[in-house]
Design a protein around this ligand. Structure first.
Ligand code: GUN
Length: 282
């Protein structure tokens, strides 16, 4: 029997606990989001983040810039936010316009306010086994789902498809921390399905239809991080849900699987940073 992992339900559960916790705080946590350029999907994501934050009692400030914004303007704004004691968490929405040095901008964020865990210091902590303040939102969301459905990764073969800094690499690292045997596949991988057929847990973060049922073994756990609109305008993921869901033991739907978990993680991370900063100043 296949279980469909319900990201919306788990998001609501996490957020309702978080809302009660926030009500006990003396002041609201504050999340600052920088949005540069006119990427339509980014705008939707940022609006969603803002709405979710405000429903919980997190104040959210969105700072918008046109696509031709100078890099220095972004760096100066981040430095200002770093110094501002009212701001607990800073998120630079990706992608940034092409002329901007993304890593330079991200690395300007004070590590204690880096809600995505994207700075070199925080990713260094993650990859050396030291604990960063928070984990990157989407991989953290995947862990929440695995925990909710009591899926233990120890000794399992976890195959991650995609090697982005946003999802693939940190997801692989977190699986490794849970004592999985991890394989990372990407666009240059040969004989992809020979590898995916040996996966106990398959995490796909590619953004195109890729995973068919003949690429996996029976009872595989399938986590679909991909999300895009197909040529008919339908929102879908990397996995052929119709066929794969008949064979998997657990599977995340798109939409309604990993996506809501990313936003839940962002809210949890904002509160974690708020608490860490309050601990330090008290
Ligand atoms: N763009 C798409 N996903 C993310 C994310 O998790 N964080 C940031 N900062 N930008 C994104």
């Amino acid at each position: 029997m296949t279980t469909i992992m319900d990201g919306k339900k788990l998001r609501d559960k996490i957020l309702s606990g978080l809302k009660s916790e926030i009500q006990t705080f003396d002041k609201k946590p504050v999340l600052a989001v920088i949005l540069a350029g006119d990427d339509a999907a980014s705008r939707i994501y940022v609006n969603n983040k803002k709405k979710t934050a405000e429903n919980l009692g997190i104040k959210s400030i969105v700072i918008e810039y046109p696509a031709d914004v100078g890099e220095n303007i972004l760096l100066e704004k981040i430095e200002e936010l770093n110094l501002d004691k009212e701001i607990n968490a800073i998120l630079v929405q990706l992608p940034l316009p092409a002329h901007i040095d993304k890593q330079k901008v991200i690395d300007t964020i004070a590590p204690i306010k880096d809600v995505d865990c994207f700075t070199i210091e925080n990713s260094g902590r993650l990859y050396t086994g030291l604990e960063p303040y928070v984990y990157p939102c989407t991989p953290q969301g995947i862990l929440y789902l695995l925990d909710e459905y009591k899926i233990n990764l120890e000794g399992k073969h976890v195959v991650v498809i995609g090697r982005s800094n946003l999802v693939g690499k940190p997801a692989a690292q977190l699986a490794l921390k849970r004592n999985a045997t991890v394989t990372v596949c990407h666009s240059h991988t040969r004989n992809l399905s020979d590898i995916t057929k040996t996966a106990d847990v398959l995490i796909s973060a590619v953004g195109e239809v890729l995973i068919e049922d003949d690429m996996m073994k029976d009872d595989c756990v399938v986590i679909d991080v991909g999300i895009f609109r197909d040529c008919n305008g339908k929102v879908r993921g990397d996995v052929n849900f119709e066929t794969v869901s008949k064979k998997a033991s657990y599977i995340t739907p798109v939409p309604g699987g990993v996506g809501p978990m990313t936003i839940a993680s962002l809210m949890v991370n904002t509160v974690k940073l708020y608490k860490e900063q309050n601990k330090r100043s008290s």
